[in-house]
Design a protein around this ligand. Structure first.
Ligand code: GLY
Length: 296
């Protein structure tokens, strides 16, 4: 354990590797406190502890469309996983996202393909399991360089909403080329220079068991806000043809703008027009980025 602390350095991240009612993680500069928590985890019946590196930079989501040999990166996005403003409260599937990332280093996507996606593809091919599909890389840009948090073999939600809102190259052709092993022939993707922001409108009690069956109105008004539109997720028509909520993340409002500030102003103007009893949404999607408060 001491070796892991020495290797990873401070601040120490010590996690109870079991159910702990959200209280299993200690993040601290105090080595004694870190050790104490680690031993407390190990002292439980079947106790196990995980010691992780502290990731001190902003998170990035990068989707790479892959044909087994090559990876074509879409533009990076950032999502907001906690339910509340300022990253308060429990984790969710994602409460909003924006793209592009004005604070990202030049050439970030190409760099991540070279350092992460291509080695993954090379390794999978060499094991006889070439990967064809979307490699979703969730990572943090830390002061020690990029650190992968997770891989998924799918597009991510809600990041996809803002990435595809800006993709000018037809997606179908890109996916067909990936499926046919022809990504080498695909010209560089074309992107709108505009920024995109999406804000998720969630049901009462989400991310706990969401209340469903609430009527949704105001969606026609959303379309009157420049560039704004609604994407449905947890919605349904009831027996009388009324649009009602049927899931936790009920819908998203996407908007574009010449600047990130304009995109978020439009998205939030549109969100304010949606009426869903008991619903909630974050009010700070893309706020720090629009204010230039994110640094790598
Ligand atoms: N937004 C994160 C995910 O799709 O997993």
């Amino acid at each position: 354990m001491e070796d892991a602390f020495d290797l990873l350095g401070s601040p120490y991240v010590v996690k109870d590797d079991g159910l702990a009612a959200g209280k299993g993680v200690v993040v601290t500069d105090d080595r004694d406190a870190a050790l104490k928590h680690a031993w407390a985890c190990l002292d439980k019946p079947d106790g196990r502890v995980v010691i992780e590196a502290f990731l001190d930079g902003p998170e990035v989501s990068l989707f790479c469309v892959c044909d087994g040999w090559r990876a074509v990166a879409l533009e990076p996005a950032q999502d907001f996983k906690r339910v509340g403003d300022d990253d308060a409260g429990p984790n969710t599937g994602g409460m909003g996202a924006y793209s592009p990332l004005p604070w990202a280093p030049e050439g970030l996507a190409d760099d991540l393909v070279a350092r992460v996606a291509q080695p993954v593809l090379d390794e999978m091919r060499s094991r006889g399991t070439p990967f064809v599909g979307t490699l979703f890389i969730g990572l943090a840009l830390t002061s020690r360089g990029p650190r992968v948090i997770e891989f998924n073999a799918r597009f991510g939600d809600p990041e996809t909403q803002v990435v595809l809102a800006r993709l000018l190259t037809p997606l179908g052709g890109l996916l067909l080329a990936a499926a046919q092993g022809r990504l080498e022939d695909v010209p560089r993707l074309r992107w709108s220079p505009q920024s995109a922001v999406t804000v998720v409108v969630a049901a009462d009690n989400y991310p706990g068991t969401p209340r469903t069956g609430d009527p949704i109105s105001g969606l026609a008004e959303v379309e009157e806000v420049a560039t704004a539109y609604v994407l449905h997720a947890g919605t349904a028509l009831d027996g009388e043809g009324t649009l009602v909520s049927s899931g936790g993340r009920v819908l998203s409002v996407v908007a574009l703008g010449d600047t990130l500030a304009q995109a978020r102003n439009r998205a939030y103007a549109a969100v304010d027009l949606v009426d869903l009893p008991g619903s909630h949404h974050r009010t700070d999607i893309a706020l720090k980025a629009a204010r230039g408060q994110i640094t790598v």
